[in-house]
Design a protein around this ligand. Structure first.
Ligand SMILES: Cc1cc2nc3c(=O)[nH]c(=O)nc-3n(C[C@H](O)[C@H](O)[C@H](O)COP(=O)(O)O)c2cc1C
Length: 233
């Protein structure tokens, strides 16, 4: 299939088909290398299979441990307050401009995407704190959700999320089910902004059953390839 030309996010092929190019954000929150991470290695398998199934799409890596993801702090709250009261962006302190400006970039990149793949390790029953910081950059009233008379409403309808989460123990079934807070929270906030098509791929039990670890990874990779076949649809 030959790509004739690209315009407005569409690929016109020699067969005359028009395929919409989608943008996938591959958001990772792990300082380890792919080789040393169960989650990242399953994530890599997913990305490779996704690219094969959807060569026209763009997959953009967002490495939360390398990128500047501002935290909501006193400077940011004060700047938001001033902006609400009519202060011009250019009249904010240089520090506030840098932080609020960067938060706007993180948000814009999120808004422009069609699909999201999060890869996180379970750390202390949840995900690394930079994921919460990232969520605080993208849950912005008027952009990803709005307040209505019937309560808050999500604005990102029609998008999709896959969360690949690596956990040392077992949390999808058994006595620890109620102790998993990272995936449940991510799902809740994605639903809150309108993304109800949310799937979890748990890579779990490697520390509890070390002899099974390679087998667990291999099975998770198979599942990743399966999900990749339909994630672009
Ligand atoms: C700081 C830290 C906290 C962890 N907390 C938990 C935990 O609460 N529950 C659990 O089952 N495993 C826990 N683990 C184990 C990891 O979830 C496990 O090693 C997983 O494979 C990490 O993902 P990765 O292989 O993609 O890096 C923790 C590991 C680290 C480094």
């Amino acid at each position: 299939m030959q790509q004739a030309y690209q315009a407005h996010n569409k690929v016109h092929t020699s067969e005359g088909m028009i395929t919409k190019m989608a943008k996938v954000l591959y958001i990772t929150a792990n300082p380890n290398s792919v080789e040393d991470s169960f989650g990242l290695s399953v994530g890599q398998t997913f990305v490779d299979a996704y690219r094969q199934a959807n060569p026209q799409d763009e997959v953009v890596r967002v490495d939360l441990f390398k990128e500047d993801i501002p935290m909501i702090d006193g400077t940011v709250l004060d700047a938001w307050n001033k902006l609400r009261q009519g202060t011009a962006f250019g009249d904010l302190s240089p520090e506030a401009q840098a932080k609020v400006g960067r938060m706007g970039e993180v948000l814009d990149q999120f808004l422009e995407a069609d699909r999201y793949v999060f890869v996180t390790p379970m750390w202390n029953l949840s995900f690394p704190p930079v994921v919460k910081a990232y969520i605080d950059n993208v849950l912005i009233a008027g952009k990803t959700f709005k307040y209505t008379e019937a309560g808050p409403a999500g604005l990102l309808n029609g998008k999709k999320v896959l969360h690949i989460q690596a956990r040392g123990g077992m949390y999808s079934e058994g006595p620890a089910v109620d102790f998993e807070f990272g995936d449940k929270y991510l799902k809740a906030v994605m639903n809150f902004i309108g993304i109800t098509d949310y799937e979890t791929l748990a890579v779990e039990g490697m520390n509890a059953l070390p002899a099974e670890a390679e087998n667990i990874k291999a099975k998770a990779k198979e599942r990743a390839v399966e999900i990749a076949k339909t994630f672009g649809k």
